[in-house]
Design a protein around this ligand. Sequence first.
Ligand code: SF4
Length: 412
Amino acid sequence: DDRAPIPVLSPLARRSRQARVAWGSHVVTVGGDAPVRVQSMTNTDTVDVIGTAIQVKELAIAGSEMVRITVNTPEAAAAVPHIREQLDRMGIDVPLVGDFHYNGHRLLTEHPACAETLSKYRINPGNVGKGEKGDKQFAQMIEAACRYDKAVRIGVNWGSLDQEVMAALMDTNSHRAKPWDVKQVMYEALIQSALDSARDAQSIGLSANQIIISCKVSGVQDLISVYTALAQRCDYALHLGLTEAGMGTKGTVASATALSVLLQQGIGDTIRVSLTPQPGEARTQEVVVALEILQSLGLRSFNPSVTACPGCGRTTSTTFQELAKQIDDYLRAQMPVWKSRYPGVESMKVAVMGCIVNGPGESKHADIGISLPGTGEAPAAPVFIDGEKAMTLRGEGIATEFQTVVEQYIER
Ligand code: SF4
């Protein structure tokens, strides 16, 4: 047999510069050899100091390693140091990122405490201002970043693309023998706007290491096209996200699809999943989805994973679905305490299976697994630990007994 073995795939690595996003002694590195970082954004009015601090705390506890807040008015800028104070009091050291549009130059200049408290500034070149005035306003923001040693994300967005860059590229395109598709012109405009601004920021004095770039669009194929080209044309750290991904399943699936294709190619140093929360849905859902994307790709481990079959006509009851959910909820709830107590617990794999067809096999591949009895099978549930059959559970209390076995395994 001279067939070559099938390659075992894993995400590629793209060499990028490394930015430091810090609050006090807590430093979150982005790019270089750092793991892909998760970030999110509040949807509270930043002037509401307590409400914003509580949401930042919730997002941080859910796993967000940086949290962006809107800084859109003098009142919001004035609130930023107070939000930080509240977080420090709560023991939350997650770095805060300020989101600036239109008036960022004034807010950062006139509110030095805000400029100093934020750990990173997001600047959108599409609405920083036009001509000489715009250049001056951009320079004021970059000078603040240099003065306070902050990282800057130059965040271009399809919905607020610099129209001067777009118009100039459309003009050039009209003179081509074979004009580009309008979409291709837009891709180019997004990338050019970001890279021109990054070059300008460097000429003002900002270190290339402290620049992070994003070019967000809302279409999956568009995002893949833009970031594939962007990654080839610079070595800045890249912030990745599908903007305005949408609500619920659609937003989750679209984000996971686009981000996974790019992350597999090593593109993306920090991610945000921009979900529109459905009524009653927690803001933290976008962080949960971001963590799952990274864990599913094998890029990071955050929580023990529970493998569960979908169930079918061979399943005798809903016990296994309930058990899978119960175990999953239990493991997630324990993680804040377990993370420090049991190093490596986040890599653990638990299998909860519905019958003998795939049950024993999946259970053996997990650290600990159970195969519940399916239709026509003896009422017994073998439990496998580290690949070996360890015991058989029977009767009504299988779910509770298995949870105890999992707890004992983790403690051991
Ligand atoms: Fe159905 Fe059994 Fe497969 Fe689960 S393991 S999906 S119950 S055949």
